[in-house]
Design a protein around this ligand. Structure first.
Ligand code: SF4
Ligand code: SF4
Length: 165
């Protein structure tokens, strides 16, 4: 079984709301280095699983830079080369889905932990807000609200299910 990290998105969100200095450290998860087009793990997880995928998504229409769009599966994608970090999308989202940590441009100076290395994985967890991230051998388990983000990262979140889904 592959050891993975499990990020509890609710606990993480509460921790970050209560202490604005907290954030999730960054990591790479594939055998070759990847930085996801400068997107944070939290951004990838939030758009995939926390976002309610509004039909007439106000975040997309408010964006002055046309930086947001839905992909073929309905997941909102932010084009980092277009985004000007105005945060209008954060303000208009009626569900508070987004937070301003998406828009910090800090990749050149931050530590990026390699989750393929057991020691780095332990360091990553120690660097996370307390109690928000753990190691698991489990796989995706929707009945426990656990979903796969990628080969090394599982997300725990409560999805908003619409009738269409
Ligand atoms: S921060 Fe501004 S430019 Fe970037 S995606 Fe949001 S609305 Fe668009
Ligand atoms: S407004 Fe918020 S919940 Fe709706 S699609 Fe945009 S990010 Fe998702």
């Amino acid at each position: 079984m592959t050891r993975k990290i499990l990020i509890d998105m609710l606990k993480l969100r509460y921790a970050m709301i209560n202490d604005s200095t907290l954030e999730l450290p960054e990591a790479c998860f594939y055998p070759s280095p990847n930085i996801n087009g400068l997107k944070t793990i939290r951004e990838l997880a939030v758009f995939q699983y926390t976002c309610r995928k509004c039909e007439d998504a106000p975040c997309i229409s408010v964006c002055p830079a046309d930086a947001l769009e839905k992909d073929e599966t309905g997941v909102v994608v932010r084009h980092t080369n277009l985004c000007v970090s105005c945060k209008s999308c954060v303000t208009i989202c009626p569900f508070g889905t987004m937070m301003t940590d998406f828009f910090k441009h800090r990749r050149n100076k931050e530590i990026i932990y390699d989750l393929n290395d057991e020691k780095e994985m332990e360091k990553f967890i120690r660097a996370c807000p307390e109690g928000t991230v753990s190691v698991t051998d489990e796989d995706e388990s929707p009945d426990k609200h656990i979903y796969k983000l990628n080969e090394k990262v599982l997300i725990k979140d409560y999805l908003y299910i619409t009738e269409k889904q």
